[in-house]
Write a protein that binds this ligand. Sequence first.
Ligand SMILES: [Zn+2]
Length: 501
Amino acid sequence: MKASEYILLSTFLLFSGGTPSARRSLPETQASPGAQKEAAPNFKRIDPRIEQIVAAVSEENLSSILKKLESFKTRHTLSRTDSEAEGIGAARQWIFSTLKSYSPKLQVNFDTYQVKADGRRVFRDVELRNVVAVLPGARQPERQILISGHYDSLSVADGPPDAPNQDVDAVYAPGVTDDGSGTAAVMEAARILSSYQFDKTLVFVAFAGEEQGLIGSTLLARKARAQGRLIEAVLNNDIIGSDVAGNGYRENMAVRLFSDGPEDSPSRSLARFIHDIGSRYVPAMSVKRVFRADRFGRGGDHTPFAQEGFAAVRFTSTAENYAHQHSSTDTFEHTSPPYVARVVRVNLACLAALASAPAPPRVDDPKGPMISRGKSGYDALLRWAQGSEDDLAGYAVVVRDSTDPFWKQEIWVGQVTEFLMSDVSIDLFTFGVKAVDREGHESLVSAYVIPSRPRARVETKQLASQRDHLNFLVGSRLVGAGGMNRFPSKVGVSVLSPAPN
Ligand SMILES: [Zn+2]
């Protein structure tokens, strides 16, 4: 879209469906001289650097990672750590060394915990290690963008997973799709992105203990929250290797993206962003947004982060083969490297776009969401905090009906910190705002959300005279067709349930 079209859009906001049009009227105090003529940055364009990053994804490299992960025979969280060729110890060491070999700029560490036996899947005390690589940001290093997968595997073919003292070293658990594919995504992202520099910090995480109940991710998410880390997004990849389901359904041009609600939760905002940026850079791939935390009865490493209040989503194949999952047949042979590569391309476009973008605008202050009905009492007045980025071009306001799942209208408003829409009801529509830099990189949308209202605490006591009145209402009023508004509302609330005829 051309800049001139944005200026047109910013003059008239036309809602579909016969709702009134609203005129833009920036208050004098906010509109700096010439602000209305300020050209929109050329956003919605293709960033050649991101295009180059997407093109660098190598199916061959992903295949060799998947085959190597398969070669450890098992990566069960409680498997051996005394071998250089087999078990989780060898696997994590290989992931660590390989990440380190990609670039001296990558800071690679084990994120280590001593986990106590739980009498179930963790049948003995175990040292658990997530593998974490960090690519520090140049301008906003405190803001982190994560990509994750889990490198541990599980096979239940030879016994129940909860069986105590199971000889896990003897059970073949190749785990190539679940979740060698997510681990390969993390490693390929680290390989490619570490030869670039971004504004924000990128963090590449291979979790352990996922199959024992999201242990590695729960511990890292909890630590991140306790340390006050500013994690802007978590892109979790789990089972992104299968393109043929057990019932024959085939799909290799679509991926599901799970995000937990409510409708304007941080995770939903991230899911909407991934859909837009993913389809811009990888148009062949359809990002199927699923507005749920995960599949029924299943879990993933994004959830502990969402539970700690971070934006966190899960990529998963649309065509899962349940027979291969958690079994000795979850092999390279049953995994599709071209499909993995497509999902990784979507991930990389979004990671690079997020890490290059300004911070999402702050739309809440201590008094609550910075949205009001303006001086007239009938307008939509949106305010937000000014960002501190030196390359900030301005802001875009987004609008949708409260019942719409996705943003419908986008209005470039420039370098201002408030925007007034005359005669637009703040109660009928949902609003958000995003920051855009001079190169056109756009931030996640910050939505204006009504804080949940505390439950009203009301004490009642019934006097004899009120009981008589109640009997009168039930006996006389609700039998007739007159409606409750004929009666004083303060007693009406206690008799709203329908009376028997
Ligand atoms: Zn998994």
